[in-house]
Ligand binder design. Structure first.
Ligand code: NAD
Ligand code: MG
Length: 392
């Protein structure tokens, strides 16, 4: 029996993880965490009877304890950031499913690895912010970091134990998002338009990232970190059918791909059951009905976030952390109607240009850069709004 803690259980990946678990025999849920969605958490408690839960704030924790007592649950309740570190440290958990959105998941993931728990990681922002340090720590502690992101699960499956020196390049596929073929003025793109994704139903932040293609930029960095290859070996291909989830070309010229209907429950299940492959309900792929698989080069000028991500990966040091943090702030401002779609790349670009890096590579310098970047991007947005002028 594998015992898991799901961080971010009220979200899109968290919910799908529980859906997968409910169909598997050998996995039990010992812990769940949500930031605010207590109603969803209560339903999940009734279904999975976790021994531990964690909520975002102390007041919610207090109310939840009363509800648990009234309903005869013996669940321990943690709260806040400290609570996240406590729930990943419980002795009876073997694996942490990291499905929080943003660098907010960083401390809990590092703590899990320190506590020698395997991590199934969806939370790509943490890999971008301090991924090299996380991989180093996981190697030292003999901990597995298993990818949940569909592309990275595909690459993991294609590599199947091959040495990284045998990889010629990694072909990272992208659906292209809603604006891949968009011919009109990008500055007029509304929030509603940006929140419609052609293939996947996901949380709002990643949906906006998929529309700017920043998601693919973050994923290129995630690929470089997880598989230990330089960013120059990661090539992006727009693949509108979202059927080939990524490919690996080896030194001898062989290209191995992983295909399936787009359904996050497959990479989630593989991370949970690895190295086993277990029967699932995922719809069988019908290539004859699908008819065609297309691949195109992305347009880096139309999607400047993609270029910014590659530039930051090449610069190294804390630049990926600065890119990620300013993007989180810009996306949140776009979601709150404060800035335009095209301002997202401008906020990130201005922040990256203003950053003075530290030569020291460590978790601390990455976390400091993340904080600096957030503050810089917030004041940049606020000053533009108060002056009523646009971004350059
Ligand atoms: P979501 O917004 O649907 O869910 C986020 C979850 O994190 C929620 O449970 C929320 O309560 C929790 N959370 C948010 N902020 C928090 C904080 N500060 N502290 C503690 N908990 C917090 O997001 P999602 O779409 O499920 O994405 C989760 C992660 O998985 C992201 O990093 C995303 O890039 C990645 N991912 C998602 C998909 C997908 O299909 N949704 C696919 C691949 C990768
Ligand atoms: Mg992905």
């Amino acid at each position: 029996m594998k015992r898991i803690v799901v961080l971010g259980s009220s979200g899109s990946i968290g919910g799908q993880t529980l859906d997968v678990v409910s169909k598997l025999k050998n996995i039990s849920v010992v812990g769940l965490s949500v930031k605010k969605n207590i109603l969803v958490l209560k339903d999940q408690i009734k279904k999975f009877h976790p021994k531990y839960v964690c909520v975002g704030n102390f007041d919610d924790a207090k109310d939840l304890k009363i509800w648990l007592k009234r309903n005869n649950f013996k669940t321990t309740v943690f709260s806040g950031d400290k609570g996240l570190e406590e729930i990943v440290s419980v002795p009876n958990a073997d694996m942490i499913v990291a499905a929080i959105v943003g660098a907010a998941g960083l401390k809990s993931i590092f703590k899990a690895v320190k506590e020698k728990k395997d991590v199934a990681i969806a939370n790509k922002e943490v890999l971008v912010c301090a991924g090299l340090e996380l991989m180093e720590l996981s190697r030292k502690n003999g901990v597995k970091i298993l990818p949940v992101d569909s592309e990275h699960s595909a690459i993991f499956q294609c590599c199947c134990g091959a040495k990284k020196s045998q990889i010629k390049k990694i072909l990272l596929t992208a659906s292209g998002g809603p604006f891949y073929k968009y011919k009109k003025d990008f500055s007029k793109i509304t929030l509603e338009q940006a929140l419609v994704h052609p293939t996947w139903k996901m949380g709002k932040k990643i949906t906006v990232d998929s529309a700017t293609l920043m998601n693919k930029g973050l994923e290129a960095i995630e690929t470089s970190v997880l598989f230990g290859v330089p960013i120059e070996k990661v090539e992006i291909l727009i693949h509108p059918q979202s059927t080939v989830h990524s490919m690996v070309e080896f030194n001898d010229g062989a290209v191995i791909a992983q295909l399936s209907n787009p359904d996050m429950r497959l990479p989630i299940q593989y991370a949970l059951t690895y190295p086993e492959r277990v029967t699932s309900n995922i719809k069988s792929l019908d290539l004859v009905q699908l008819k065609k698989l297309e691949f195109f080069k992305p347009d880096f000028r139309k999607f400047p976030c993609l270029q910014l991500a590659y530039d930051c990966a090449k610069k190294g040091l804390q630049y990926p952390a600065v890119l990620n943090a300013s993007n989180e702030i810009a996306v949140s401002a776009f979601l709150n109607g404060k800035i335009k779609f095209t301002d997202i790349a401008r906020v990130v670009n201005n922040t990256v240009e203003a950053y003075s890096p530290s030569k020291r590579i460590s978790v601390r310098t990455s976390v400091n850069a993340d904080m600096w970047s957030r503050n810089f991007a917030i004041s940049l947005i606020d000053s533009k709004i108060s002056k009523g002028c646009g971004f350059s």
